[in-house]
Design a protein around this ligand. Structure first.
Ligand code: AMP
Ligand code: MG
Length: 347
């Protein structure tokens, strides 16, 4: 793949609709357009055009059995995409859409097989980002969009990280600045007896349970050894090029410092991901701050770009401080553990 990739810069506070119309013409033509959302950047195609959606899988080397999320901009677009809308979905759509929540429904006949990986359910989200919503309006079709990274790599949260992975593979990248949230949507299955979180995200289990008291978590989110129900969750994911190890607990900075010093002595280039409170211990290494250790919002915002910064520095080993596995920390640790292939030490 080596096509021209056009960058269209759009300012969230003063949206140039002509540029979004131009980008939408590529979608109508069956081509790929990367667009910003509040979670991460999405690699979009016309979600009702099977051939266009096949291009997504090629562009990012995505396994064909991993289904895509359809993005809509108005609630009335939902009706023709699904065969039924459970009451729980109506309640959540009213309260949490537009926003970082993906809901799984029984699909309608309109949805191409490639979108659902031939399954009978379809994932749908209404993003909040104003550029994303306006862009989808102009496309006048649901937009199938996974994260705009090569499969297995950290999701991109700014246009330059998108460009690094997707240059020559997509027709257009809409540059809308940094993603506001920085980790992906919460994926919630509403097609079984009880509503179930398949992927933790910005909306936490605790928060959604406030709307749906019978909410459960997929077993894999409670026990690391269980295989996840959602196809995308079982793959290697969010992985930097370097090997990575996470320490969680009071002594984490000291342990990381000792290990980093040893690794450096043995000739390794070491990268550190540490909290703002501890970062000054690591000035002898390549380091990126995860922000204040009590500010999980900031941490989710910087995590993926931090992994990519360390990748660019060419480190061999990343040592990272992790957080407690609850609230938004559960979503952050879900991403971090995958980045580190499960290599976590609780002190
Ligand atoms: P991404 O690839 O970053 O867009 O993430 C999409 C996530 O939603 C992946 O983990 C997919 O496996 C999951 N997903 C999409 N459609 C479905 C579906 N119909 N059932 C279960 N999980 C889904
Ligand atoms: Mg992804």
């Amino acid at each position: 793949m080596n096509m021209d990739t056009k960058i269209l810069t759009v300012n969230t506070d003063n949206i140039d609709e002509e540029k979004l119309k131009e980008a939408s013409s590529y979608i109508k033509n069956g081509d790929l357009v990367v667009f910003p959302t509040e979670t991460v950047y999405g690699l979009g195609a016309d979600g009702l055009n099977g051939k266009a959606c096949e291009k997504i899988f090629k562009a990012k080397n995505r396994p064909i059995d991993n289904p895509l999320i359809l993005h809509i901009s108005q609630i009335n677009q939902l009706d023709r995409l699904v065969s039924e809308i459970p009451e729980e979905a109506k309640l959540l759509a009213k309260n949490l859409w537009p926003g970082p929540l993906t809901m799984i429904f029984k699909k309608s006949k309109l949805i191409p097989d490639v979108v659902t990986a031939t399954g009978d359910t379809v994932a749908i989200r209404m993003p909040k980002d104003p550029i994303a919503r306006r862009f989808i309006d102009f496309c006048d079709t649901p937009i199938a969009a996974p994260s705009a990274n090569i499969s297995g790599r950290p999701s991109p949260t700014n246009a330059s990280d998108v460009y690094f992975d997707m240059k020559g593979r997509v027709s257009v990248i809409i540059d809308g600045g940094n993603s506001q949230i920085g980790i992906e949507s919460t994926v919630l299955d509403l097609t079984e007896d009880k509503p179930m979180i398949l992927r933790p995200g910005f909306y936490t289990y605790e928060y959604i349970k406030g709307f749906l008291p019978n909410l459960v978590l997929d077993d894999s989110l409670v026990d690391d050894k269980v295989i996840p129900k959602s196809p995308g969750q079982k793959y290697k994911h969010y992985a930097p090029k370097a090997a990575m190890k996470i320490y969680v607990g009071e002594e984490s900075a000291i342990r990381i410092y000792d290990e980093a010093r040893e690794a450096k002595k043995s000739g390794k280039k070491v990268g550190i991901l540490a909290f703002e409170q501890d970062i000054s211990k690591f000035y002898d290494f390549d380091f990126v701050s995860l922000g204040d250790k009590n500010n999980l919002l900031e941490m989710s915002h910087v995590l993926f770009s931090a992994l990519r910064i360390l990748d660019k520095k060419g480190v061999d080993l990343i040592l990272a401080q992790g957080v407690e596995d609850k609230d938004l920390g559960k979503s952050i640790m879900n991403r971090m553990k995958k980045s580190a292939a499960g290599n976590v030490i609780y002190l």
